[in-house]
Design a protein around this ligand. Structure first.
Ligand code: ATP
Length: 365
């Protein structure tokens, strides 16, 4: 497919997402790109989303490896473009949090997406507000399948995701599946309703290792936002059961009174949401040359590399290093996206945190 790269829409821990136009159809696309030698997650994501087709999952438009004009070989995942950005942007534009009617609407759409994904035997493994995008007509769609995997109880696979959204069994490194996605839906509802992920007391915000310990071993469940109705709190309790097998499924939750008794509201699409995104291919101010972008990209990449190297590593290396020393963690990937919460992706053979040893290790931190 012939296409032209436009400006940067967003940057994740593994790739950069650009707007692009398709030459044949003039459709605006989102193209997620990574250098080929660092595109393992992107290629996995492409394989997974190419097998999916739902109005509540970001649409697949193709994937390819390409040599750019500067000689760099990139892998590119072409996707449907979501003009209203991330769900967390929607909350930010609404004063930091969404009202309950909006929470209901988006939760319903997220669960419809998850019901479909789960029916295909796939777990998303990183459900959170910043991995849900708002597409045409204000429809929320699940995006970023970089952590997703086929659920197979026979195959041991590393746990992934974002600490504040991890279910207890994931934080302990035991297993990760459809039930863990449901816990993350509960956390995402809290995030939409309050503007912050769960476990965000002042003294916990900066320390993902403490969050992992608390989620995994404290026996606590996240605090339910006081302002929510009784129905909403009951819904959250069904998501946030510490025992994975007691959690409701996506299908059951779609029939919970919190979601069935209220009609969908019309989306409130505040124009400010689209501050950096085109609404049509004729929005020429949006389309800057790739050269301009490349300059900016190089600068930003340099900045983010510095941030990665200096700040994140300095902050966390000591604690994480202690875990790595005992073979608990190997090669974690850190990302500060989503406020103060970092994403953990582990490329080791086993699990991230295993059983009682890590409990002791974490207990010493
Ligand atoms: N289809 C899309 N349409 C519009 N913007 C998008 C789209 N997909 C992603 N983005 C933007 O690009 C950003 C980065 O995308 P994404 O989260 O998929 O990258 P990532 O490298 O996998 O990030 P993460 O660190 O969360 O894994 C998003 O936060 C969002 O702002």
């Amino acid at each position: 497919m012939e296409w032209t790269r436009g400006r940067i829409l967003g940057r994740g821990s593994t790739a950069t997402v650009y707007a692009a136009t398709c030459h044949n159809s003039n459709e605006i696309l989102a193209v997620k790109s990574a250098e080929l030698h660092r595109s393992e997650f992107l290629q996995r994501e492409a394989t997974i989303i190419s097998s999916l087709n739902s109005p509540y999952v970001i649409g697949y438009r193709g994937s390819e490896t390409k040599t750019e004009s500067n000689g760099v070989v990139t892998h590119n995942l072409l996707m449907e473009y979501a003009p209203y950005g991330k769900l967390t942007d929607a909350a930010a534009k609404n004063g930091g949090r969404l009202d309950e009617a909006q929470v209901v609407k988006y939760t319903r759409q997220i669960l419809r997406g998850l019901e479909y994904i789960h029916s295909k035997g796939i777990a998303h493994c990183d459900v959170k507000g910043s991995n849900v995008v708002v597409a045409d007509k204000g429809v929320a769609k699940i995006a970023d399948f970089g952590c997703a995997k086929r659920v197979d109880p026979e195959v041991e696979s590393p746990v992934m995701g974002t600490p504040a959204f991890m279910a207890p069994e994931v934080a302990r490194g035991e297993k990760q599946g459809k039930e863990s996605d449901i816990w993350a839906v509960g956390c995402t509802v809290i995030e939409m309703a309050t503007g912050s992920p769960p476990w965000t007391e002042a003294n916990m915000r900066e320390d993902p290792v403490s969050v992992l310990y608390r989620v995994g071993y404290s026996g606590e469940t996240p605090e339910l936002p006081r302002l929510l109705t009784k129905e909403a709190k009951d819904f959250l309790e069904k998501c946030l059961k510490r025992e994975a097998n007691e959690r409701w499924t996506a299908t059951q939750l779609l029939n919970h009174p919190f979601l069935v008794t209220k009609p969908d509201i019309e989306p409130v699409l505040v124009s400010g949401w689209v501050s950096c995104s085109p609404t049509s291919v004729t929005d020429q101010t949006f389309w800057r040359s790739v050269e301009e972008e490349e300059e900016e990209t190089e600068e930003l990449q340099e900045d983010s590399r510095d941030l990665d190297r200096l700040k994140l590593w300095a902050c966390y290396s000591e604690k994480i290093g202690r875990l790595r020393c005992v073979g608990v963690l190997d090669g974690p990937r850190w990302d500060m996206e989503g406020g103060d919460w970092i994403m953990v992706r582990v490329s080791c053979e086993g699990t991230m945190i295993s059983g009682s040893m890590s409990k002791n290790v974490l207990g010493n931190i």
